[in-house]
Design a protein around this ligand. Structure first.
Ligand code: ADP
Ligand code: MG
Length: 685
């Protein structure tokens, strides 16, 4: 006999009443098996339950019952457009009902008869814009009706009917997947009950309870994969044990021109503990722009070198590599530590020499771009790899890096504050450290939001700053669909500013179409104040350090994510002078306005990134190309964040426990893990 699980894996056509043609249409919606259908959850419910008008909120959807008080009046406008209005007495209130483009209803609505209408309530106008109508007083029982995403020939009503059939024929075969003690602990309904309640709820509580269970289960499955991957990584990959010299390290700390912040101390300890352990470190270090990650990197590198290893620092651009090399040499040189820079512009004899000395172990720290992960680069004894702005490196490069050398410890640094929710999902296989405190005495960057009409005033302000001897960035948005447009935009703005400043100041132009050398030349000219204004696309986004720049103007700011705006803003405020950021934006939506507003209100990258995630959703957070954000059928990482955390902790505990790997109550979860894509080919037990 087939087990319940297997039965639900059968093709959808096993359901009597669903034929081949329907199956083809359902396949378009990625519904192939009975289980797929059962897990095609509604995204909202139509509420046909009668409501008390006094309790209804503005813009809420609802069903009302009342007596018709006027002859319906029908108005045509435009082509095929019509508006039907009628007055309705609901309880003691007289309200207006509007139907758009349903002229045929006019004949059905009769004065003094009772009707029910379903639609959206406008509290201020005491009007309901109705999409549905029923004649006569309500006799059917109060109802919540699920609404599904559909495609092609499949309708919502169709899905409802298919689900009814599925339940009649296979409802009994929905087996439990979670161990009983977890159901008891969180008071979750069974899998069968939950799936039933989510599709056929009798009240709001059914939906709530069903959701709780399904969301938890989805997160748990996902986190089990992540935690298993992590366990696997740790056990399979014996890392290097770096027994650093604590005394020397303390000497180094004393040599720093400032005391570490508490947050820096905490993350340094987390990193050192990893390095000393036999596990291979795989840690994400997050810290807002200016929070002092470089010095943390220097400490980790120092520790590694004192233990007899070499270190590498990898960054996404040449400009950044040079800047990092400069600061690291400044910090480490006094301790006789050899640092070298390797980028694609280091060529010929010099390159050969560096590669040789590296292999001999004469170079302690190598700093560079992607050049570092090329085949020709061989370390003598690589112990620690650090990457800066790691989100720029895709998952693939993350992997190459981990595979380079003899299992070096890896630290990924990023200034993009990744909301906790995303960090524990997207980077779930890593440990996370956070620098959540700024060094004392930082001036906050004053941020203003101006409409494009105010450009003249903004330029006047810019001129004032320039007259004081300061410099300014002007950023034009990156338009993903069209690189051309993007470049054109920067070119136009550059031309306009040339006209405006008329030779009084030098204005540079930078965009993605320039090659690395050209970019470098422009950037150097700006950092040496040969250019006072730099018009650029987002290529200046990361790491660039020109302390004399005090003004950042961002065109069409509403096109950027908040996290990105914050990154851009971080290019100023690096010197001792007060800095400013001006967002030029005419957002069309309320959300757009809210986003500009919040930029002016906070300088906290984490607050902004959480807000960004909330406003734009996880898919948009990293941009489409390398999001890697998992998709859930019902769960929402932002709103169900607490459940996500709970599931994560539970998953971590399970993976560590003996019981999980042997007890029958975990059989379904184990089975799922063994079949999951992530762990294909890996042996877990
Ligand atoms: P980011 O995290 O953006 O890489 P940096 O490492 O470049 O930040 O640090 C920004 C500035 O703050 C640098 O000039 C650095 O010397 C300084 N800094 C770092 N840590 C401290 C500290 N604990 N106290 C004072 N200044 C610090
Ligand atoms: Mg940095």
């Amino acid at each position: 006999m087939m087990s319940g699980v297997h039965r639900l894996k059968q093709s959808i056509t096993a359901i009597k009443g669903i034929g081949d043609e329907t199956a083809v249409a359902l396949a378009e919606m990625n519904i192939y098996s009975i289980e797929d259908l059962l897990e095609h959850y509604p995204f909202r419910y139509e509420d046909y339950r009668l409501k008390d008008l006094t309790e209804v909120k503005h813009e809420e959807r609802l069903t009302l019952e009342g007596k018709v008080q006027s002859e319906p009046s029908l108005v045509y406008y435009g082509r095929k457009k019509s508006r039907l209005t009628v007055k309705l007495l609901v309880d003691h209130f007289l309200i207006q009902v509007i139907f758009f483009n349903q002229p045929y209803l006019k004949k059905k609505i009769v004065l003094n008869e009772t009707i029910q209408v379903t639609g959206k309530w406008d509290m201020h106008r005491r009007t309901i814009t109705a999409s549905e109508m029923q004649l006569g007083p309500s006799n059917q029982k109060e109802m919540l009706s699920p609404v599904y995403h559909v495609k092609g020939t499949i309708t919502v009503k169709g899905i409802r009917r298919f689900l009814q059939l599925a339940f009649q024929q296979y409802g009994d075969k929905i087996n439990e997947t979670l161990p009983q003690h977890l159901l008891a602990k969180y008071r979750l309904p069974s899998r069968k009950e939950s799936i039933k309640m989510i599709h056929f709820p009798s009240d709001d509580d059914d939906i709530k309870q069903a959701r709780r269970r399904i969301v938890y289960e989805e997160f748990l499955y996902f986190q089990l994969k992540m935690q298993a991957l992590r366990k696997f990584e740790r056990e399979q990959s014996q890392g290097v044990m770096q027994s650093y010299d604590l005394k020397k390290l303390k000497g180094f700390l004393h040599s720093l021109p400032f005391p570490l912040t508490n947050a820096q101390k905490r993350v340094v300890n987390e990193i050192l503990a990893d390095m000393k352990s036999p596990y291979r470190m795989s840690r994400l270090l997050q810290g807002d722009v200016g929070s002092g990650k470089t010095v943390v990197a220097a400490i980790a590198l120092f520790a590694s070198i004192s233990a007899g290893f070499q270190g590498a620092l990898m960054v996404p651009t040449e400009i950044l590599a040079e800047q990092h090399a400069e600061s690291l040499i400044g910090l480490l040189q006094a301790f006789n530590i050899q640092c070298e820079l390797l980028t694609s512009s280091v060529k010929g004899k010099k390159r050969k020499e560096i590669l040789e000395r590296l292999q001999l172990g004469e170079i302690d720290v190598l700093i560079g771009t992607h050049a570092l992960i090329q085949d020709e680069v061989h370390f003598h004894k690589l112990g620690l790899v650090i990457t800066d702005e790691q989100h720029r490196f895709g998952v693939e490069q993350r992997k190459i890096l981990r595979e380079k050398g003899e299992n070096p410890d890896v630290l990924f640094m990023t200034a993009t504050p990744i909301p906790r929710t995303l960090a524990i999902t997207v980077f779930g296989e890593m440990d996370v450290s956070v620098i959540d405190e700024m060094p004392v005495g930082r001036k906050t960057i004053e941020t203003y939001w101006a409409k494009h009409e105010m450009l003249e005033r903004v330029l006047a302000f810019m001129e004032k700053e320039l007259a004081k001897g300061r410099q300014a960035y002007v950023i034009c948005p990156l338009i993903e669909e069209s690189e051309k447009l993007d470049v054109q935009n920067a070119i136009d703005v550059h031309a306009a500013l040339m006209t405006y400043f008329d030779g009084r100041y030098q204005i540079g132009l930078m965009h993605g179409r320039l090659n690395a050398d050209e970019k470098d030349t422009v950037m150097k000219a700006f950092s040496q104040n040969e250019l006072q204004v730099l018009v650029s696309t987002t290529v200046v986004e990361v790491g660039v350090n020109v302390p004399n720049a005090t003004l950042m103007v961002i065109y069409d700011a509403e096109r950027f994510g908040l996290a990105q705006l914050h990154q851009l803003r971080g290019r100023v405020g690096r010197g001792s002078e007060q800095s400013y950021c001006i967002l030029l934006a005419n957002p069309k939506t309320e959300i757009g306005k809210e986003r500009m507003q919040i930029m002016t209100e906070t300088n906290d990258g984490f607050v902004l990134s959480e807000k960004d995630l909330e406003l734009r959703g996880p898919g948009d957070f990293f941009g489409k190309k390398q999001s890697g954000v998992p998709e859930f059928k019902l769960a929402d990482m932002v709103h169900d964040y607490r459940t996500l955390e709970t599931a994560r902790n539970d998953a971590a505990m399970m993976i560590q426990s003996e019981e999980f790997w042997h007890s029958p109550s975990y059989a379904a979860l184990r089975d799922y893990l063994h079949k999951s894509e992530v762990l294909k080919g890996e042996k877990l037990d």
